[in-house]
Write a protein that binds this ligand. Structure first.
Ligand code: DX5
Ligand code: ZN
Length: 218
């Protein structure tokens, strides 16, 4: 990732799954930097999305990095399978791994980057001890489980605090924000310190995704 550049990670949850390959090529051509894959297990979150075979299929149609957001209760069990499917990075919820040091080391052993994520109601301080090890910190700006929800503005202060903490720790890991990002909310998130914006409906629902991606970068 280029320093200072705001990266856009379209979430395929909002894509038309009957033509997933075309949808991914469309956002790649439109300038997406990463592909965000929302894996849900119906246990950690009250919804089921897709798993390893879809990651594998996405890997075959794009060379963009695959940013795999694991909304699952037992991430460790599946890390090697996600790596084999072609995931470049995984993001693990602190709520299911209160001490993620070992799992982050394991991800690196597998050759993947490892980010950490906190739900809106999880104290942001729970992430602070891992600022130096995490390749990215994701701040959820909606309850995980569904696309198309409204951005929670309380996330802005959490992004600010996280960015400040990473800077103090000497980490240039980006803060990623996920949920309700669109042309109205992106600028505030970037001003607060977000470097990676996940956007599902705003990108896949747009007639001209390239224009949306350009505007989301601010
Ligand atoms: C929510 C997911 C998000 C979601 C974003 O559980 O983690 O990535 O798909 O969707 P939008 O951009 O539509 O809010
Ligand atoms: Zn996500």
């Amino acid at each position: 990732m280029e320093p200072g550049k705001v990266c856009i990670a379209p979430s395929i949850l909002a894509a038309d799954f009957t033509r997933l390959g075309d949808e991914i090529r469309r956002v790649e051509d439109a300038g997406a930097d990463l592909v965000h894959l929302d894996v849900m297990d119906g246990h950690f979150v009250p919804n089921i999305s897709f798993g390893i075979p879809v990651v594998e299929a996405v890997r075959r149609v794009t060379s963009l990095p695959l940013d795999t957001h694991l909304m699952i209760s037992h991430p460790r069990r599946y890390l090697a399978a996600f790596r084999d499917a072609g995931a470049d990075s995984v993001t693990i919820h602190i709520e299911v791994c209160p001490d993620p040091t070992d799992i982050m080391d394991y991800c690196r052993t597998l050759g993947m980057e490892c980010g950490l994520v906190a739900n809106p109601e999880t104290p942001i301080e729970t992430l602070f001890p891992y600022a130096r090890q995490a390749s990215m910190i994701l701040i959820m700006s909606v309850q995980p489980g569904f696309g198309g929800q409204a951005f929670q503005s309380a996330s802005l202060e959490r992004i600010r605090q996280m960015r400040r903490w990473l800077d103090r720790a000497g980490s240039d890991a980006p803060v990623q924000v996920d949920g309700g990002i669109n042309l109205d909310t992106a600028a505030g998130a970037v001003a607060a310190g977000a470097g990676v914006l996940v956007a599902g409906s705003a990108v896949f629902g747009a007639p001209d995704p390239a224009a949306v991606i350009r505007s989301l970068r601010c």
